[in-house]
Write a protein that binds this ligand. Sequence first.
Ligand code: OSB
Ligand code: MG
Length: 370
Amino acid sequence: MEVSRIDVYILEMRLLQPFTTSFGTVYERRVLITRITGEGGEEGWGESVAGQGPWYSYETVDIDYLVTRKYLAPLLVGNSLERPEDFASLAASVRGYPMAKAMLEEALIDLYARLNGISVAEYLGGRKSEVKVGVSIGIKHSLEQLLDEVGRRLDEGYERIKIKIKPGWDIAPVERIREEYGDILLQVDANAAYRRADIHRLLELDKYRLLMVEQPFHYDDLILHGIAARKLSTPICLDESVKSVQDAILASRLGAAEIVNVKPGRVGGPIVGKRILDVAPLLGLGAWIGGMLETGIGRAFLVALAAHPSVEYHSDISASNRYWERDIVEPEWRLNPGSTLSVPRKPGIGVDVDVDRIEREAVEVWSITR
Ligand code: OSB
Ligand code: MG
C-alpha cells in the first residue's frame, strides 16, 4: 500500500448547540481531517479528535495540524506499508500526539479496506450490523434547560442519556432527571473535575442507579480512582486515564475501573482501540466507544469499533443531526428505531465524503506529494 499524497484540511463547523463540559464550551467545532491517496488513486479519510484548546488533552487542532505537516506526514509519504499496523512503528519516533497519529492511521485503514474490498468494521474485528448508541448532553444554564433536552433526546429515540457533571452540577441534575423520566439508562461524565475531598458528592450519586460515573478524577490518578471504586457502588468508567493497552491493564489491576470508554483518538488510533477491546473481557472490564464531537468521518471509525463483540454498553455515537446542520458525509449517520446506528458493509468507511464542500470551505489546506 503506497502513500503517494497526503492532504490536510481544517474546517470550521458550527455545532447546532454549544457543548459545555467541566472544562469549557465549544460553539464552533474546528475540525482537522486528512485524505491519503494511494496507488491507483484510491483514497482514505481520517479525522483528528483534537479540540479547539488544550483542555481534554494537550493536543489541539492547530497543534495537530503543525505536527502532521512538520513531522508525521513527511514520515509517511512516499512509503509503502504492508498494513496500517505498520504506521505505529513508523511514527514511534514522534513522542505523543495520539490524536494526530490516529487521524493518519484512520486514513490508512480506510485506504487499505477500500483496496481490499472490506469494510473498516470488518478490518477492526467488528461483527455487529447495528450498534447501540446514546447521547451525551453538556452542562446547561438551568435544570429546566437540561430536563428539556433530555426529554427531546428521548423523544428522538435515544435510549441512553449521559450528562456532563462537575461539583455543584451533579446531584440536583441527576435527581431531577430521575423524578421526571424515571428509570431510563443514565450515566454521568465528570471529565476529571473532582478532587479527593469531593468523594462524598459521588457517594450521594450512588442512590440514583447510574450505569456508571465516567472519569471523576485527574487522568493521572489511578490510585484515587481505585480508592473511590472501593467506596462507591456505582461503577467507575475511565476515559482520559486510558491512553494505551498498558493503562487498561494497570487500571484493572488497581481496581480503578470496571468499565473503559475507548476513543480511537485518545489511544493513538483505532488499532490500539481494537486491542483494548480484545483484552477488556480478560481484564474484567466492560467497554463502550466514546465520541469527541466528530464529523461523519471520525464517526465511521467509532461505529466500526462499536461493532466489536466486547462493546456491551451504549456508545457516545449520536446521529449526524445531533451535531450538524449538514454533515460532510453522505448518507449522514441516522438513528434507527431501537437507538442504534447501522454498520455499513461497503468497502472502507462506508460513507461518501463531500470533497467539494471540504475543498470549498476549508480554512486551511496543506498537501504533500511523494
Ligand atoms: O469526555 O466523552 C467526553 C466531547 C468532547 C470531549 C470529551 C467528551 C465529549 C463527549 C461528547 O462526551 C460525545 C459525543 O461525541 O457525542
Ligand atoms: Mg468522557
